[in-house]
Design a protein around this ligand. Structure first.
Ligand code: MRU
Length: 351
């Protein structure tokens, strides 16, 4: 199985390498970044995107940038690292994996500090921690793929929204992981990818990675999901998540909740696939999550083509909230969780 690594370190481990996803599917260009402003911009502008990949990029960003800090005193170094963490945390507000990865890096700092480690030793611990985050993410994709495949049968029609594949994580991703796992077993899925307005992660990224991997993928416009379900072409919907709150509400790319409501109407199971780092047990429900608002020009002047007059206002929330009542199951690397979500997610974290 060919895997994708959209954010990693370069060979000399002093730069963050990202595949610039704003240029896909036309151009595959890798950027090498070591300035905090450039890494922040790459996350903000979606050059690297998808909840787990944002976390991985931020963890490597913390390492690469802290490695350039000249301080030899641990207290002084810590102040600078904290500033760096807070700065990266302002890049995007919704995906919890960003904060999870930054906190995990900082926790590692504090553990090393308690052990009396020097600045150089802490830098080396940062390197280990960031590489471990990447490694775990790849493993989690295989586990999600295995559990997700238990819910599917050969020949099924599958619908996905946005991109929750290797490009959004590393390895084989989350929502796309069972598709790759099925391919290994010779399952002949017919996959439909919502185009995903306004930034077209579905048509630019999902079809790109699935097609390149040799899967049968068809792009549809977002507003065609209803007719393809009505025509019986869809047996299951598989999506990723930027955050799953304690009650099982799912925050994912704008348009996801509409697909979930349609799926319920047409009796199609709606599965959400994500690593445990996407589950935010500290937040009670979806409405408590900050929804990123992006520039209206992404709608009215998307990809440099004006489709609404510049004078017309545009409202551009990047994510929406799918109420847990529409979610058939949540699939994590630890297994399949079904309603009641509050109880069963709590149990997942306890076990
Ligand atoms: O704005 P994006 O492209 O970062 O949004 C990505 C999504 O909404 C994905 O579906 C989500 O992060 C899950 S990725 C495994």
């Amino acid at each position: 199985m060919k895997t994708i690594i959209p954010a990693r370190l370069n060979e000399t481990k002093d730069k963050l390498v990202i595949l610039d996803q704003t240029l896909l599917p036309v151009e595959e260009k890798f950027l090498e970044l070591d300035r905090r402003e450039d890494i922040w911009e790459a996350i903000k502008k979606l050059r690297v995107r998808g909840a787990p990949a944002i976390g991985i990029a931020a963890a490597f960003g913390m390492y690469v940038c802290s490695n350039r800090i000249a301080a030899s005193d641990v207290a002084e170094f810590k102040k600078e690292v904290l500033t760096l963490k807070e700065y990266f945390a302002t890049s995007r507000p919704t995906a919890v994996n960003l904060f999870w990865a930054l906190d995990r890096m900082f926790d590692r700092f504090e553990n090393e500090e308690v052990l009396g480690k020097s600045v150089d030793e802490i830098k080396s611990a940062f390197l280990d921690e960031s590489e471990e985050i990447l490694r775990e993410d790849q493993e989690m994709g295989y586990a999600i793929g295995k559990y997700g495949l238990e819910l599917l049968k050969p020949g099924m029609g599958l619908l996905t929204h946005c991109n929750a594949g290797g490009l959004a994580c590393s390895g084989i991703g989350t929502a796309l992981a069972p598709m790759y796992a099925g391919q290994e077993k010779g399952y002949d899925f017919k996959i439909y990818a919502d185009e995903t307005r306004p930034l077209l992660q579905g048509s630019r990224l999902t079809t790109y990675e699935l097609y390149k991997a040799g899967l049968d993928v068809t792009v549809i416009c977002d507003n065609m999901a209803s007719i393809v379900m009505r025509q019986g072409k869809i047996d299951a919907v598989l999506v990723g998540a930027d955050r799953i709150t304690a009650n099982g509400d799912v925050i994912n790319k704008i348009g996801t909740s509409g697909v979930a409501i349609l799926a319920k109407e047409y009796g199609v199971p709606f599965y959400v696939l994500g690593p445990y780092s996407t589950i935010d047990m500290k937040t009670a429900k979806g409405d408590d999550v900050e929804i990123e608002l992006r520039d209206g020009d992404e709608i009215g002047n998307g990809f440099g083509r004006r489709t609404a007059l510049a004078e017309v206002k545009a409202y551009n929330p990047a994510f929406d909230i799918t109420d847990h009542k529409y979610v058939t199951a949540i699939i994590t690397e630890k297994g399949i969780v079904r309603a009641p979500y509050k109880e069963n997610l709590t149990k997942l974290f306890r076990d």
